[in-house]
Structures are given as structure tokens and as C-alpha cells.
Design a protein around this ligand. Structure first.
Ligand code: AGP
Length: 612
């Protein structure tokens, strides 16, 4: 995720900005930049794609940029590929306003078109540059920076943390936030803004947290905060009491845990720009109703967890579209002489966008004439560039090898696409469409409820971490979800684990169930709960210990039979796996923790598999 730092004080800003950006490197980024106001040279901006070291060398450790007021940014691309031009800070057309931005401006196209009509020239593909140009537009109207910021914020929709400097204001930095974190730091030799405490902890532990809608004016000796009506607001100060090493992972013990906890926010980012007035809006793709009507076969191709997203999506898409959907392992697809042609739609799912098997499968599909739509997290990655259409998950950088937030954002994005295509085909009733949209909007909040129960999952992990072999069983969506639960467990805890469709047990696998075998029984799919219960009884009768995952509605019945029960809120069936998978991620995490495993870098595994 992007990182912001800003400084104004009695020391040179550039080295402080570079140091703060380096402390946020753990968040992941693809480019970086700083802007410093100099008495003699005005606003000086330096940006570079790639590692911070490139920017550091470019500016000789900041020594090239003289000035005590500046802003810095590490970017993780969302709108526009990672390159020097799309990197922040963005500068307005007259070169007098520079800003850094975290978040997504949802109505940027509309504002951009309006400004272009007024004669403004844009240089980047980003939503963020729109804010810089809009600010200049309003500043030219009112000649007061604070007022211009207020006017600008009233026009933009979406999420933002903003750090702004203006050549006409030698002593002040302006900050604003909505739905994207920003802190104020009170230092001895100057004051700070940052998206992350980590960036400023070396200089000050005295911080205040900006609230949504607030605007701050920061000088070397003061920080004044205003609400959206520009009425002054008093801020409570907080003393940061963590040490710097804990801060490297934003205070979390592992990246995996951090990324699990980030899921509600990540889902909101994936979803909110794509829902307008109760409708799914996919501006980035060009699939029309005529095209989808004419498609004869739909394939989903992916590897690992992304393939598991495909498995869940098969059930959901067939329900929403009433069309057959085939899910293929990318590594098998390309060698199977696939029945793909120009009437096929091929969906390719990949967090990294660089998985070799997935890329090769996509190329094979394209070679045979299929149209491809990629669901990718990393902007500008190879798969994103080569697909006919791409939809980004906007989960932010995922660092732990075991995917969690990328899986969740892929899943919800596939739900959005399924709903969109199902609607184009006229296969979803208006009632179901509305119920799913409502459920998607409520997903972040429901996921927070699940995440509030980490201690219960931790308790069960402590009970069961010594098992050598664990089975995940479920039917339909629960089966597909169990595949991901099982993979999470085996990849980070090294416990042998299998996911089975419950009905298959008695065709062979039940012979492995004996006294003490742990079975994770998934019973969140309401339509088949009775069947799920029968399977729980069946394995209990053979001596298994059962840890169940179910919804509030079925808690009582499950608790009578299972040894342990984890409960998630009941939501629309299409969305239930998005909640059910969370306790499974946490279970894998805590089991691996109990076993002393290297959670973020499990043995033999790489984050991105770019070899066959
Ligand atoms: C899951 O935790 C793994 N990291 C792995 O299965 C991963 O999902 C798979 O390698 C596919 O990666 P991709 O999504 O980047 O293509």
C-alpha cells in the first residue's frame, strides 16, 4: 500500500522524507518520489520507478534538494502502470502545487474530462493528478490554499489521505483525510504528517490521528486542524509506545496476520468504486450483453489459492448466469489440448500477475482465439498487460507468501463480475441482484465481526496444533472454501491436510478416519446444512474430533455434536465463503505459530511462481 510522509521544520526536509519512506518500505511499493520547496528554486520534484535506493541515488541522499518543507510518497500502482510519470508527488500544471495521495478518487474521470475542457493538460494516468489540477483550478478562483482545498474536497468522491505543498506558502503543509489513514506528528525541530507511525517514530512519538473529513495546516511550530466546514477542531495527542522493530510490520507480529486483519479495508477498496446507486459498474471492461450472449464456453484458469477462488466462483457464476463454467488448473490447461476457441471467454485469476503457468495458459487461450479477462492485484504485471481486459483487485501489496487479502479481494471481485454478467444475460432476478449488492456493501463490516473473534480461533489452534493430518470437509461452496482452508494450513504449518467434498468420504477416504483424527467440518451453506450435519455425525462415530465452522443460525445444532464450533454471521449464500474462509486463515496462522514455523516465508515456497 502507498506510504505518505510530509515535514516542515528547522532541518533539511529531503533526508527526513527519504528516511521516512525507507521505514515504510515493508508496505511494498513500485515507485517513490519527493517534492521539496526551496527559497530559490520553488518546488523541486524527484521521482523514480523501482526501489527507494534509486531515488536516494538520484538525489544524493536528499542533498540535491534544498528546503525545509516537503512531501514524500511510495506508490503501489492502482490507476496507471508503475513508472516515473505516474509516481507521486503530482504537480499542478503551473508547477506551483504538489501533492501526494493515498486512496482512490472514484469520480476522477468526470473531473478530468471537465478540466480538460477548461484547457488543463494532464501528464499522468493517475486519479491523483486530478486532485492536483483541481486544486490549482480552485486556487486560481480564491487565491487561498485552505479554501481551495475545502472546495476541492467537496468535489472529489472516494478515499484519500493527502499531503499538499504550494510554492506560495513557504512555511505550511496541508493535509486531509477520508477513509485512508493519516497521522500528525509533533516533533522538536518540526512537524510531520504520515500515513503510518513507522515513518516518524524516529523523530517523535507524540502523534494525533486525523479523522475523516479533517483538514490540517502544519507549520514548523504548530498544527491546526479543521473540520470539513473549516471550523477548528481540538486534537487529542497519543504517545506511541512501540519500538521501531515492531513498527516494521505496522505493529503486527507477521505480515500474514497484518494482511488477514487488513481484509475488510481491502474489500472496501475493491468494491466501493465499482458500486454506484445499487448497480455494479465495471468501467474498465468492454464486455457487452451481445458478446456475453454469444459466448459458448466460460473458463476460469488459475493456480493455488487463485484457483480456489475459481472453484467458489464456479458455483456462484453458474447460479448467477445459468451458464456452465469450467475451472482449470493453469498447469494442466495448456497441456490438455483445451476446447477453447473464439467463442470462449477465459477468466484468468492471479495475485502477482506473473505466475508462469497462468500466463502460459492465458497465451494458449488467446492463441486459440479466446477473449481473456484478467483479475489481477499487481498493476502493470505481465498478465494484466497481455489480457484483453483487466480488473484490478486493489488489495495493496501482499507480502506474506500465504495469500489472504488477495484471495478475499479476488473472491469479491469475481462476485461483482458474476453479478454484472448474470445481469447482462438477464439471469439474475432484481431481488437477488439487490440482496447481493447489499451483502457486498456490508461485507467489510461482517468481516470485522469475524476478525473480532481471533481469540476463539487461537484457543482451538492451541488445542489441535499437534495433529499430523487434518481433513476439511464440506459440500458445494463449503467444499470450495475448504480447499483454501486446507492449502493455508499445509503451506504454513506443514501439517498434511486434504479437502474433501463430504459426500465423497464414504467412497474411500473415510477409511482414514480413526480415533483422534481432526476433521474441520464446514457447515456455512444453509441449503445443505442438514447434509453437513450427517457427515459430522458420521466422522464422529468413527472417533474423529470435529472443529466446525457454521453460521449463527446453526450454532446450537452444531455445538451439540462438534467438539469446537467457530461461528460467522449468516449472509447471502454467494458471499458466505468470503466470511467462512477467515476463521480458516486464522486457524492456519495460529497453528503455524504454535508449531514455531516461519509463517511469512514457509519452506520451499515463493510468493510468485515464475518457473514451471
Ligand atoms: C497461496 O497462499 C499461494 N501463495 C499460492 O497458491 C498462490 O495462490 C499461487 O501460486 C498463485 O499465485 P498468483 O495468484 O500470484 O498467480
Amino acid at each position: 500500500m502507498c506510504g505518505i510522509i510530509g515535514f516542515v521544520g528547522r532541518e533539511q526536509a529531503a533526508p527526513i522524507l527519504l528516511d521516512g519512506l525507507a521505514r515504510m518500505e515493508y508496505r511494498g511499493y513500485d515507485s517513490a518520489g519527493i517534492a521539496v520547496r526551496s527559497e530559490t528554486a520553488g518546488l523541486q520534484v524527484r521521482k523514480a520507478k523501482g526501489r527507494l535506493q534509486v531515488l536516494d541515488e538520484l538525489t544524493h541522499g536528499g542533498a540535491d534538494l534544498e528546503g525545509v518543507l516537503g512531501i514524500g510518497h511510495t506508490r503501489w500502482a492502482t490507476h496507471g502502470e508503475p513508472n516515473d510519470i505516474n509516481a507521486h508527488p503530482h504537480v499542478s500544471e503551473n508547477g506551483r502545487i504538489a501533492l501526494v495521495h493515498n486512496g482512490i478518487i472514484e469520480n476522477y474521470m468526470e473531473i478530468k474530462e471537465h478540466l480538460i475542457k477548461q484547457g488543463v493538460t494532464f501528464v499522468s494516468d493517475t486519479d491523483s493528478e486530478v486532485v492536483a489540477q483541481l486544486l490549482e483550478f480552485h486556487y486560481n478562483e480564491c487565491h487561498n490554499m485552505l479554501e481551495a482545498v475545502g472546495r476541492c474536497l467537496r468535489r472529489i468522491e472516494g478515499s484519500y489521505a493527502l499531503g499538499i505543498i504550494c510554492a506560495d506558502y513557504p512555511n505550511a503543509l496541508i493535509a486531509a483525510r477520508k477513509d485512508s489513514p493519516l497521522i500528525l506528528g509533533y516533533g522538536k525541530n518540526g512537524n510531520f504528517i504520515a500515513s503510518d507511525v513507522t515513518a516518524v517514530i524516529k523523530y517523535t512519538r507524540d502523534v494525533a490521528y486525523m479523522n475523516d473529513g479533517e483538514i490540517a495546516v502544519i507549520t514548523a511550530d504548530s498544527i491546526d486542524v479543521f473540520d470539513s466546514e473549516l471550523i477548528p477542531v481540538d486534537k487529542d495527542h497519543h504517545q506511541v509506545d512501540w519500538d521501531v522493530s515492531a513498527a516494521e510490520k505496522g505493529g503486527y507480529p507477521h505480515f500474514m496476520f497484518k494482511e488477514i486483519m487488513e481484509q475488510p479495508e481491502a474489500i472496501a477498496k475493491t468494491v466501493s468504486p465499482r458500486l454506484r446507486d445499487g448497480r455494479v459498474v465495471l468501467d474498465d471492461i468492454t464486455l457487452t450483453a451481445e458478446y456475453i450472449q454469444a459466448v459458448s464456453r466460460i473458463f476460469i484458469i488459475a493456480c493455488g489459492s487463485s484457483y480456489h477462488v475459481g472453484m467458489v466462483s464456479k458455483y456462484n457464476w453458474e447460479r448467477l448466469m445459468r451458464r456452465p463454467v469450467e475451472v482449470c488448473l493453469a498447469s494442466e490447461f495448456r497441456y490438455s489440448d483445451p476446447l477453447v476457441d473464439e467463442h470462449s471467454l477465459v477468466i484468468v485469476i492471479s495475485q502477482s500477475g506473473e505466475t508462469l503457468d497462468t500466463m502460459a495458459a492465458m497465451r494458449e487461450a488467446k492463441r486459440r482465439g479466446a477473449r481473456t479477462l484478467a483479475i489481477v492485484n499487481v498493476v502493470g504485471s505481465s498478465i494484466a498487460r497481455e489480457a484483453d481486459d483487466v480488473l484490478y483487485t486493489w488489495a495493496g501489496p501482499e507480502i506474506a507468501v500465504a495469500t489472504t487479502k488477495a484471495y478475499s479481494t479476488q473472491l469479491v471481485l469475481m462476485d461483482l463480475v458474476g453479478l454484472y454478467l448474470g445481469d447482462l444475460l438477464g439471469a439474475v432476478s432484481p431481488e437477488e441482484y439487490a440482496a447481493i449488492v447489499e451483502g457486498i456493501q456490508a461485507l467489510p463490516e461482517n468481516m470485522r465481526k469475524v476478525l473480532a473473534n481471533v481469540e476463539t480461533v487461537q484457543y482451538f489452534a492451541a488445542q489441535y496444533f499437534n495433529h499430523n493430518s487434518i481433513f476439511f470437509i464440506g459440500r458445494n461452496l463449503d467444499y470450495a472454501m475448504g480447499m483454501e482452508g486446507s492449502l493455508k494450513l499445509k503451506e504454513i504449518s506443514y501439517i498434511h491436510s486434504e479437502a474433501y467434498a463430504s459426500g465423497e468420504l464414504k467412497h474411500g477416504t473415510i477409511s482414514l478416519i480413526e480415533s483422534g483424527t481432526l476433521v474441520v467440518a464446514l457447515g456455512t451453506y444453509a441449503a445443505l446444512f442438514d447434509k453437513a450435519m450427517s457427515n459430522v455425525v458420521e466422522v464422529k462415530a468413527r472417533g474423529a474430533e470435529v472443529l466446525a465452522v457454521t453460521t449463527e443460525e446453526f450454532r446450537e445444532r452444531m455445538e451439540k455434536v462438534a467438539d469446537g464450533t467457530l461461528v460467522v454471521p449468516a449472509v447471502h449464500p454467494v458471499l458466505q465463503p468470503s466470511l467462512g474462509v477467515v476463521p480458516l486463515q486464522l486457524f492456519a496462522y495460529y497453528v503455524a505459530l504454535q508449531r514455531g514455523c516461519d509463517i511469512d516465508k514457509p519452506r520451499n515456497l515463493a510468493k510468485s511462481v515464475t518457473v514451471e
